[in-house]
Ligand binder design. Sequence first.
Ligand code: XMP
Length: 511
Amino acid sequence: RILIIDFGSQYTQLIARRVREARVYSEIHPPTRSLEWIRAWKPTGIILSGGPNSVYDNGAPSTPSGIVDVAPVLGVCYGMNLLAQLHGARIAPGTQREYGRAEVEVLESSSLFSGFGRGEKTPVWMSHGDQVTELPNDLEVLARSVGSPVAAFRHRDRPLFGVQFHPEVAHSPRGGEILANFLFDVCGAKPDWTPGAFIDDEVAKIRAKVGTSRVICGLSGGVDSAVAAALVHRAIGDQLTCIFVDTGLLRLHERDQVERTFRRHLGIDLRVIDASDRFLDALDGVEDPEQKRKIIGHTFIDVFEDASASVGEDVKFLVQGTLYPDVIESASPTGGPSVTIKTHHNVGGLKPDMKFGLIEPLRELFKDEVRNVGRELGLPEEMVGRHPFPGPGLAIRVLGAVTRDALGVLRQADAIYLEEIHEAGLYDEIWQAFAVLLPVRSVGVMGDYRTYENVVALRAVTSTDGMTADWFPFPHDVLARVSNRIINEVRGVNRVVYDVSSKPPATIEWE
Ligand code: XMP
């Protein structure tokens, strides 16, 4: 397994994902880990990430120099400069910043560049201001670029390598090969991190932790809680009870889908609580988005607590679908890359009630890995490939006050929209697509009549993590079909508009 020490680069998570895509387990840790801790973790290899600092800055983050005796080390960007500096190299601000696409020329053959010929040039992604200007005798230059006389180096006698460029990003097309060379040729890692191996491992851990106790799991209808539940069910079968709260704010047929998948397909003990009256009464007349979120969050916790109490006294554990990006301790100044999304997601999530022990079987996984584990567990594609859906549901997509009628209109429009997206084969290209019911009416004409009815906005975005997003460039015929169908089939709607705002400055949701 590979230890990644994070010096705050925006690409650190990508390093971890690339390593895992090569089927080698990796974890990200802050530079404050002690040498003893690192030794005890038993890494097969260590990767030092990039970062925003200069190694000669006051208080620049570092790592114990003794790591080079623990395992082979690859330094990337800042990590390379640090590794070079620890061996007596000189680092200085470059005469020019090298940012963006560049080309490196391989000067020497080595295990890191196996598969590359001497003199071969390859495009890479650079993002640095500093450069290594002078190498001591025991370090050897392996590659150079126009802006970096030392674009890669190795230690002559020990398995220590540095690359100034970022092999982990897609703009370095052969970066994956370089990382794989480090993992397999240099570190001798084994490609045994697979969904199947993960499941076997987790099943054993869950059984040992739970014993004969009962366990509950709240299902949201989303991927994470679905996969967590299926995994825990694989481990302890009937000891697990799942609870699904129908908030009255769900999409068309969502509740049926959850019942079908969990009760019929997986045979899980599922309790569906219809709490729609409770939610809609509490939301009556409320227009402010944050107020809606608070009300929904609190109501959810109340309903869930009642439901879990009714499962029985011997419930000792609660399953949560926490993912790895939520738990990484990061060196980045914001305290972690996913803080912004997380506060959102906790709204409408479950309060970790201290009565229960927590089971978080997905804590080590990235989203794409969760999906693969779900597939391996036999969850249907319509469940594992789903777009994210916010906890407050349609309440934040009916702008302004939420009524049953408005929810009905939105539900129909949304279902038509998604149906046409599936029909056009575009669902998997989109991060999220949904309809929004606007609190305005507009004039239209249908037959000989003048109408004065609702406007539906369509939103579809591409994104990798929800933090930034671009609007999706639909083919016009798809938009035309969706608009036609909504206006013809949904009573009360006479106008459809498409949202062409990116995030930032807009957000993905409208509220
Ligand atoms: P925004 O609208 O902030 O959304 O660009 C980013 C991502 O977060 C989701 N979202 C929420 N998820 N509770 C949730 O569980 C919320 O209150 C909430 N608000 C936004 C949104 O759907 C998108 O995926």
